[in-house]
Write a protein that binds this ligand. Sequence first.
Ligand SMILES: NC(=O)c1ccc[n+]([C@@H]2O[C@H](COP(=O)([O-])OP(=O)(O)OC[C@H]3O[C@@H](n4cnc5c(N)ncnc54)[C@H](OP(=O)(O)O)[C@@H]3O)[C@@H](O)[C@H]2O)c1
Length: 359
Amino acid sequence: MVKAAIVGATGIVGQQFIVALKNHPWIEIAALAASERSAGRSYKKAITDASSGALRWFCEEPPVEEVMEMPVQNAIELDISTIDIVFSAIESEQAKILEPKFAVAKPVISTASAFRYDEDVPILIPGINSEHAKLLQIQRKSRGWKGFITPIPNCTTAGLAITLKPIYEAFGLNAVIMTSMQAMSGAGRSSGVLGLDILDNVIPYIPGEEEKVQRETQKILGNFEEGSIRPARFNISCTCTRVNVREGHTESVFASTQKACEVEDIARAMRKFVGSSGETELPSAPKHMIIVHEDPFRPQPRLDRHMEDGMATTVGRIRKDTALKNGTKYLLVSHNTKMGAAKGAVLVAELLIRDGYIS
Ligand SMILES: NC(=O)c1ccc[n+]([C@@H]2O[C@H](COP(=O)([O-])OP(=O)(O)OC[C@H]3O[C@@H](n4cnc5c(N)ncnc54)[C@H](OP(=O)(O)O)[C@@H]3O)[C@@H](O)[C@H]2O)c1
């Protein structure tokens, strides 16, 4: 079994890592770490609110009893000599310090944005751009590390890049315009979104999010050529908002394709899309990366975020758009803390284990 440490184990994404690794056939949880605040406590104590005594467990699955008595270590002091892989679920500021420290010796798979835009760092979605993993050898060499850092995309990028991939392959893309309606859990536990700010409301701005989604989508759909990633060359413009939904990001996408195509052509390309070879066999992979609905009242976060245990992107309302040249528009729902975070990172680990990057 591959021994994993989860850094940021007490947060929303950290808890999803614990759920994703429960009974995992290849990977076991060997260490949990978080900030100084949680260090030295049992996991259960660390996620129990000190004043009310309430367990602060955010997953829809029941708390994982197997980890409740495990000690939480201080991430900065974490000894990874017996660990094979580090899953990082901390904010970018801390990731900038901690992830390189771990990567000197061990592979780090991160949900943070700290290194996503570095030239020698891929942003992996297995089945979409698995070949970008080759960049990890170059990263190891150039940084002199035994390990590496490989982040997954921002949770809003994931569903967008997955659904654009079959369109881009079959018809090419001139331009993409996307507006997101993002779930509250996407903001994390601290600082998070205050109930009274989001109740009966839509927050029209998420700092830094639009630039991240634009840049990452082009990088993920880019080509790996001569040792680097050449970003895909289409125009992309995003508006990212926060809505009163617990989990599951909804996105309204407009795409102008290079070749003319009909709604049925887009739906067919999405339905038959299985990603690159063999990825659907990985333990956490969805059997269908994209599920296309005919019902015009789908997708909805409450009804669709659980599809394939949160790993499928659901699409509906595919229509022609007459404002754009060769225009098509659709809506998607993607689970932000599963495919968009922890389980998506576990899927990356499975790909890298299968392909010999992690042993
Ligand atoms: N939420 C999502 O939907 C989502 C999706 C994709 C990516 N992400 C990214 O995933 C990361 C984690 O997000 P989250 O939503 O899980 O945040 P969160 O709920 O606020 O959790 C943050 C975690 O970081 C730990 N932490 C704080 N300061 C630390 C330090 N100095 N050293 C070590 N650990 C420290 C916290 O531990 P304590 O409990 O000890 O404070 C906690 O475990 C972020 O980079 C976020 O952008 C989030």
